[in-house]
Design a protein around this ligand. Structure first.
Ligand SMILES: [Zn+2]
Ligand SMILES: [Zn+2]
Length: 132
């Protein structure tokens, strides 16, 4: 049992390290292929379980943009995302607007708002250059 626990926490640490080492906001599958280099026996299901576990603990962010797969982000500080509809890249934006949005929304409705997520969609500069 002790061994099993160690193995699980090692996998989780590895997954977290991989996510911390990238800014591409990867999918579970991408993380799986990276982690598999170090942990050959790893399964995709285990990666999903660990990511959900880390997300529940607040250690990582889970991003859902209506795309087929969830994306993950080790940067849990307040920031927004821009999703390019041409290349699919996800960019970080650091705008100071969540607090104002939350305050304004709470003033209008009397709900308790716990999380504000802002996503911008469009075409990134790289893709704009290419299409010219
Ligand atoms: Zn693009
Ligand atoms: Zn991000």
């Amino acid at each position: 049992m002790e061994e099993k626990f160690k193995r699980f926490s090692r996998q989780r640490e590895e997954i977290l390290e991989i996510l911390k080492g990238t800014k591409i906001h990867p999918t579970a599958e991408w993380i799986y292929f990276q982690a598999k280099k170090k942990i050959p026996k790893l399964s995709l299901g285990t990666v999903y379980r660990n990511l959900n576990n880390l997300h529940q603990k607040g250690a990582i962010r889970k991003l859902q943009f209506g795309t087929p797969f969830d994306h993950f982000d080790a940067n849990t500080s307040s920031h927004q995302h821009f999703i390019c509809k041409k290349c699919g890249k996800i960019y970080d934006l650091f705008l100071n607007l969540e607090k104002d949005l939350k305050t304004e929304a709470e003033r209008k409705v009397k709900f308790r708002i716990e999380k504000v997520e802002v996503a911008f969609h469009g075409v990134c500069l790289n893709c704009l250059k290419f299409s010219q």
